[in-house]
Design a protein around this ligand. Structure first.
Ligand SMILES: Nc1ncnc2c1ncn2[C@@H]1O[C@H](COP(=O)(O)OP(=O)(O)O)[C@@H](O)[C@H]1O
Ligand SMILES: O=P(O)(O)OC[C@H]1O[C@](O)(COP(=O)(O)O)[C@@H](O)[C@@H]1O
Length: 293
């Protein structure tokens, strides 16, 4: 392993893997996001070597992080949001209104917490069906794979219940190529009560095995409705309390528009169009034939 000095920053490069993806970080405060790359750096220092390819990791004033690979890929013209960009829940407020609720803005950041080669991404769908679930699965797989360079992606089968059974299927751009043409969700789903503590126990177990054996980190992408996202919030809270190094990302889906913070989700327009067809046909039948079918 070669070590080179650049200004006040130390850059560690494994021979032959000097990818432009891992440039030195400069600039302002990113301490709150530094712990993953810190951990990676410590493993390099403490253990001496890791079995997997070790891309360039950069030490800055506040620790270690990675540049978003989208920054160095000329194929993508991406708008990056600032770390502290927020969206107010209410647009119209009165002078006398108390301070409102603000959400962190979505879309890519300039710096990423995990090195794409160290990611073992998990995707699951939970709750009721909604048009477009397979399209979202495909987009997450292709986005992670092509845009970020993530190599390992699995689907958790059967919604939250899948965390108990640990049934997973590998997902690649090839395996999801045609799934947007199918209804439902290729990962399956489930409804009914699930035990958030048991789910966090299982995620913790998977997380520890991945870290100790392969040094991989599993961001979990959860696609689901209001119930699923409440569950995701509880799982996130459990993970935060235990200090686990992984991320939970929720993608809202709703056919009946009962998630307050979004105007509408994927699948809503399709649901309305399809429902209109059924209602109009039933209306014609009722009016012209005299007897409803
Ligand atoms: N209030 C809640 N708190 C925590 N988890 C919940 C909550 N509501 C639902 N869940 C979990 O999310 C799963 C899916 O929720 P459900 O309401 O069936 O579908 P949807 O996500 O489409 O609204 C449930 O099986 C349950 O495990
Ligand atoms: O609007 P959401 O939260 O996506 O839920 C959609 C689901 O809710 C339903 O409309 C009703 O499901 P339930 O009767 O089981 O509550 C399903 O047909 C649909 O899959």
């Amino acid at each position: 392993m070669d070590t080179e000095s650049v200004d006040t920053q130390r850059v560690i490069v494994e021979s032959g893997h000097d990818s432009p993806t891992w440039r030195k970080l400069t600039g302002d405060n990113f301490s709150s996001h530094a712990s993953y790359a810190d951990l990676r750096q410590r493993s390099v220092t403490d253990i001496g070597s890791v079995s997997r390819t070790d891309k360039k990791i950069v030490e800055g004033e506040f620790g270690y992080m990675y540049l978003n690979p989208l920054q160095v890929n000329p194929a993508y013209s991406v708008h990056f949001v600032n770390e502290d960009d927020t969206v107010p829940q209410k647009i119209v407020v009165q002078k006398s209104s108390p301070g409102g609720i603000y959400f962190q803005q979505g879309e890519p950041r300039q710096r990423v917490y995990f090195g794409p080669e160290d990611v073992y991404a998990c995707i699951l769908t939970c709750g009721g069906l909604c048009p477009g679930l397979n399209t979202v699965i495909k987009d997450v797989v292709c986005g992670l794979s092509y845009m970020y360079g993530v190599k390992m992606i699995v689907g958790i089968q059967g919604g939250y219940r899948g965390f108990y059974a640990r049934n997973t299927i590998p997902l690649t751009p090839k395996s999801v190529n045609d799934i947007h043409k199918r209804g439902g969700t290729i990962l399956g789903t489930s409804r009914g009560g699930h035990d958030a503590i048991k789910i966090v126990d299982n995620i913790q177990d998977i997380n520890q095995k991945l870290i100790y054996r392969w040094f991989l980190f599993p961001p979990v992408y959860i696609i689901g409705g209001d119930g699923t996202e409440k569950g995701a919030a509880m799982i996130f809270e459990g993970i935060r309390r235990r200090g686990l190094k992984l991320a939970i990302a929720g993608t809202p889906k709703t056919t009946d528009n009962d998630i307050a913070v979004i105007d509408k989700s994927f699948g809503f327009d399709t649901t309305v169009e399809e429902a209109q067809c059924a209602i109009n046909t039933a209306h014609v039948e009722a009016e012209k034939a005299g007897r409803m079918v």
